[in-house]
Design a protein around this ligand. Structure first.
Ligand code: URA
Length: 233
């Protein structure tokens, strides 16, 4: 009887491992092509390879100083939302409100983002929102290349754990960083880019939309494209 129970446990463990449920046995990258391709972008020595859950990844971010701005922040802004989201939104970096609260897009731009999400019949509970940088750059300056290089592996790990079907980049920095291009946002938006087995779209950053009304129409077109592709899943 004991032997049978032990054999059943063994079978359950190996099935769970195959399904990627037990990280230590079968790394998740072996079970999902997108996850594997994304983690191939990260240096093999990077500690994020050893991290097997969003909670553990958040602990790592909270407790690490990877670049000087990490030591200056009030809160790290890891990102939040549905850990199984099909849609992931990627912004640039936390601002003052986000730094205070430790949550992404909670200031004026965030309020507009909430309206944009609602306009395509989605809510924050269905999606996951993250940023390229997890710490606020002083006076909201553009992220520096070494800051992006230090924080990008965390975003890649988030992506590999969440495995979204769609990634919507908010603004030039997110889009150029993920696509590895210096092409202007105006050329990158309005289309679906294949992205390691998922689909990446780009649109204007909500903070930019607050400054320039002329970008609202193209941004709406981008959101409708996302909705249309998502509805066809
Ligand atoms: N701008 C961003 O890019 N991200 C935030 O979280 C807030 C403002």
């Amino acid at each position: 009887m004991c032997a049978m129970i032990s054999a059943l446990h063994h079978l359950k463990d190996s099935l769970s491992a195959e399904a990627g449920l037990h990280g230590p046995l079968v790394p998740l990258e072996q079970t999902n092509l997108f996850a594997r391709k994304i983690m191939d972008l990260v240096d093999a020595q990077n500690p994020v390879h050893q991290i097997r859950s969003l909670d553990a990844l958040q602990d790592y971010v909270d407790s690490s100083v990877l670049v000087p701005i990490d030591a200056q922040r009030t809160h790290a802004v890891f990102g939040e939302g549905n850990p199984h989201a099909n849609i992931m939104l990627v912004g640039e970096a936390p601002g003052a409100d986000e730094d205070r609260q430790g949550r992404p897009f909670v200031g004026r731009a965030g309020q507009l983002l909430d309206k944009m999400i609602a306009a395509i019949h989605l809510s924050r509970n269905e999606i996951f929102i993250a940023n390229i940088l997890k710490s606020r750059p002083p006076r909201n300056r553009d992220p520096k290349p070494d800051e992006i290089a230090a924080h990008l592996p965390v975003l890649y790990r988030q992506m590999s754990l969440i495995q979204p079907k769609f990634i919507l980049c908010l603004g030039r920095i997110a889009c150029q960083t993920l696509l590895g291009t210096s092409a202007p946002l105006g050329k990158l938006r309005g289309q679906a880019h294949p992205y390691h087995g998922s689909t990446l779209l780009a649109t204007y950053h909500p903070a930019a939309l607050l400054r320039n009304q002329n970008w609202k129409r193209p941004a709406w077109e981008d959101l409708k494209l996302l909705r249309q592709l998502y509805s066809a899943l």
